[in-house]
Design a protein around this ligand. Structure first.
Ligand code: SAM
Length: 289
């Protein structure tokens, strides 16, 4: 049984990096008039109340959303990120200002739903029944969106190639099960085989040395020889123990200028989110052919 609930981590440093990257990817897709397909294989519920039970317990957003919220530089570089957070808070009747931390934080489905257009089609998959019930409820009025209570890894092959031949596959597992690493790799391989022009974005955590599997995952993905970009941010030093010290995104078939846009964002986010023991990586692991 799944026990992971994303609300405990809503708005943390990993969410900031992941959702800023998602906004940049959607911006690229929106650059052209042609419609696209968006698949979120691990969607969770889509909306988080930062003052509510789970998120309020450890307040992880204090070392993620809070330090970047007042940044005019980051707001200029990725205005979509701020616009979506503001839109959500306005929609639920909250006051929005640069000096007031938002009460609600959007998940990846909400960013995608808000930034995509009428012509685009979106599918959100989620396996946890409670998360799914909230997800379905949050997006039930949007006819462009299909939500399903399904295993994202198992369902992904059935949805590819999509009827629309442009798209973004957003794979954001909780890695609650150790098998998720292998399943994620397999999902990427299948996605490349069935939809080799699609953008694939895979999130991964950086854990303590004893448990970390990120280096292995990165090497395995590099061996696929598809165009591959890595962005990673570690706000704290990596210890021997469990805890997550950072996170990253691996982007296959990365769009033109994503590297430059991420570089600008990282230059601003790094001093806001990382301590003296922190580190970051941005690199092209496989060039475009
Ligand atoms: N993408 C979300 C966001 O950025 O707002 C967060 C997703 S959270 C990290 C991972 C989610 O995947 C959890 O809600 C968990 O219940 C769900 N999950 C775990 N295994 C799954 C699977 N095999 N298929 C679909 N969902 C799964």
């Amino acid at each position: 049984m799944l026990s992971y609930r994303h609300a405990f981590h809503a708005g943390n440093h990993a969410d900031v990096l992941k959702h800023v990257t998602l906004c940049l990817l959607l911006r690229k897709l929106n650059d052209k008039d042609k419609p696209y397909f968006y698949l979120d294989t691990h969607a969770a519920c889509g909306i988080y109340g930062l003052n509510e039970r789970f998120a309020a317990l450890h307040k992880e957003y204090l070392s993620g959303l809070q330090p970047v919220w007042g940044s005019t530089e980051l707001r200029t570089l990725v205005p979509e990120y701020y616009a979506v957070i503001e839109q959500l808070n306005v929609a639920v009747g909250r006051k929005v200002a640069a000096d007031i931390l938002p009460s609600f934080y959007p998940g990846s489905p909400y960013f995608a739903a808000s930034l995509s257009r009428e012509c685009d089609r979106l599918t959100f998959l989620e396996l946890h029944s409670r998360e799914f019930a909230m997800l379905r409820d949050n997006f039930k009025r949007d006819a462009r969106i299909h939500c399903a209570l399904q295993d994202g890894f198992k369902t992904l092959p059935q949805l590819l190639p999509p009827p629309i031949h442009r798209g973004l596959l957003f794979i954001d597992p909780s890695y609650e099960l150790k098998t998720d690493y292998l399943a994620a790799l397999k999902a990427v391989k299948t996605a490349l085989a069935r939809f080799n022009t699609g953008i694939i974005a895979l999130w991964y955590p950086v854990l303590g040395r004893l448990h970390d599997r990120s280096r292995n995952l990165v090497q395995e993905l590099k061996r696929l020889r598809a165009p591959l970009l890595q962005v990673e941010m570690r706000p704290t030093a990596q210890s021997e123990e469990h805890g997550m010290c950072g996170s990253g995104m691996l982007i296959i078939n990365y769009p033109y200028q994503l590297y430059e846009h991420l570089e600008d964002c990282l230059n601003v986010m790094y001093p806001l989110l990382c301590g003296s023991q922190g580190s970051a990586k941005l690199r092209i692991l496989n060039e475009k052919i």
